[in-house]
Design a protein around this ligand. Sequence first.
Ligand SMILES: Cc1cc2nc3c(=O)[nH]c(=O)nc-3n(C[C@H](O)[C@H](O)[C@H](O)COP(=O)(O)O)c2cc1C
Length: 158
Amino acid sequence: MNANTALDKPVAVFLKIAPDLEPQDLQDIADVATSTGISGIIATNTTLSRDGLSSAYAAQAGGLSGQPLFEKSTRILAQLSALTEGKLPLIGVGGVGSAQQAYAKIQAGASAVQLYTAMVYYGIGLAGDIARGLDELLARDGFANVAEAVGTKREEWL
Ligand SMILES: Cc1cc2nc3c(=O)[nH]c(=O)nc-3n(C[C@H](O)[C@H](O)[C@H](O)COP(=O)(O)O)c2cc1C
């Protein structure tokens, strides 16, 4: 990652993207984001897709968040990581509810992870649980810090 990024700017501006994007959309976003000096990209927001859902509520309108979003948003994150080649910090979000899932986002290309829906179910303590779990996972795999693990399993999501 380029060290001269978000923290060096007076105001950090992050772009947050949808998971329901075609490959050409992602390419266009990566091109514009890397050429304009944006601070980073957050991947992803909620999805309009209901693929694989059997819930009685599946037909309700609006963006879907939480576990059903995990794989889709992580694939988009990995694609974006490949397209931006480490030039921008990426923030992974979508369906993260455990240290393993936060670690998967990091290894798919995220430098940081955002929680949202899982906090509703597990409460504010989830952030600390995930941070401690991440420490163990990083140590288990021989990484000294998060930065060393970023993108190390990206290919598995492409
Ligand atoms: C009720 C609700 C409101 C949200 N409002 C915003 C918002 O105002 N701005 C934003 O960037 N994302 C918003 N999001 C998207 C979340 O920040 C997050 O990207 C998405 O829910 C996927 O993460 P999750 O599976 O951990 O919830 C909202 C999500 C939900 C469920």
